[in-house]
Ligand binder design. Structure first.
Ligand SMILES: Nc1ncnc2c1ncn2[C@@H]1O[C@H](COP(=O)(O)OP(=O)(O)O)[C@@H](O)[C@H]1O
Ligand SMILES: [Mg+2]
Length: 332
């Protein structure tokens, strides 16, 4: 590789790299080092906050980096040429180039790394929580179907028997009422279990699950929902479930916060990307200010992150809301 290629690589590093001699004269520094320190080639590396005050033995160099065994990694304040003290993490190593001794100094902004690390861990935790939540909801759905659903159904069947055996008009009326209530209860259980986990999505995929759910949402929320969706091949079940959950939350938000009366859900494939859009005619909102308000938007963003996609909102107060997601389709 030629010299220029190395320069490009060095300038892409997230750490600052500085080459200096024993007298701390700077021979080279990459872009990150320039950004972090404000130093320049030909200038001197200033003493760090530690070296400025440390006790120096007679004959010893003040700069800790110039010692024979410099510390591998330490944190100190380094002054920039403008006099601003920056807290940096530093490590150094000695190298020999053509019989001359140099020191390679790497610098890093500890705040930047800590924030980034903390953010990464937080997001991984959220992803785990979302996965665990899906598992719990799946189990609850199973329980609801296998136990409560079955029991209610047995009572319903018993009631049908009683209805057939009772001639008394007064009892017939009561039984009729019970029959009606039980049918309602069975419908409610079915809807609740579908909201918890649309089993249909595991069996038939997102298209059928959405077609089915849209009917339920129209009924529950008393709202008109148009759904435009073709068969979607090439995305796996996990991705379908996350997209389904995002749409579920977008519909809930449109109704709950936007007081929308109509929602349009559409899917589109362009090149190798699947786009989906949930558009409502509600009150709209200030997107930037609301992203930190509730868990809904945050979880939608994290779900898309989990499956390698993106999501964004277009909305203004008084203008309705568009939620637009995109995800790359698998190679054929
Ligand atoms: N479709 C929408 N129409 C109007 N406001 C919305 C819409 N979606 C989200 N919002 C606003 O964004 C905020 C955050 O939404 P979300 O994170 O889902 O929180 P919540 O848990 O309260 O539903 C809501 O409180 C609401 O003000
Ligand atoms: Mg919400």
């Amino acid at each position: 590789m030629d010299r220029q290629a190395f320069q490009i690589i060095l300038n892409y590093l997230s750490d600052g790299v500085i080459l200096m001699d024993e007298q701390r004269s700077i021979y080279y520094l990459n872009q990150k080092a320039k950004d972090l320190t404000g130093w320049h080639i030909g200038g001197l590396v200033p003493y760090c906050s530690y070296c400025r005050i440390r006790e120096v033995q007679p004959g010893e160099q003040r700069c800790i980096l110039a010692l024979d065994n410099p510390l591998p990694l330490f944190q100190a304040h380094m002054p920039t040429y403008e006099g601003v003290d920056e807290s940096l993490e530093m490590s150094s190593s000695r190298i020999e180039i053509e019989d001359e001794s140099y020191i390679i100094l790497t610098v890093r902004d500890p705040k930047w790394n800590m924030e980034k690390e903390k953010n990464k861990i937080k997001r991984l935790l959220v992803h785990d929580t979302l996965r665990a939540q899906e598992e719990t909801q799946k189990r609850l759905t199973q329980e609801l179907h296998d136990h409560i659903g079955q029991s209610v159904y047995s009572v319903f069947l018993g009631l049908q028997g009683l209805k057939g055996a009772t001639i008394n008009d007064r009892y017939q009326k009561h039984l009729q009422l019970l029959d009606h209530t039980l049918q309602q209860t069975m419908e409610d259980i079915k809807r609740l279990s579908k909201q918890l986990r649309p089993v249909i999505i595991d069996q038939l995929g997102i298209k059928q699950a959405l077609q089915d759910s849209v009917k339920d949402w129209e009924y529950i929320y008393k709202i008109a929902i148009a759904l435009h969706i073709e068969d979607i091949a090439m995305i796996d079940k996990e991705k379908e479930l996350h997209i389904y959950r995002i749409i579920q939350e977008a519909v809930r938000n449109a109704v709950k916060h936007g007081q929308a009366t109509a929602i349009d859900i559409s899917f589109k494939v362009e090149a190798d990307t699947l786009y989906f859009k949930i558009e409502d005619n509600g009150k709209g909102f200030n997107v930037l200010a609301s992203k930190k308000n509730g868990f809904g938007l945050y979880h939608m963003i994290e779900r898309m992150e989990m499956i390698g996609g993106k999501i964004d909102w277009e909305s203004n107060i008084g203008e309705g809301t568009k939620v637009i997601g995109s995800i790359k389709l698998k190679e054929k």
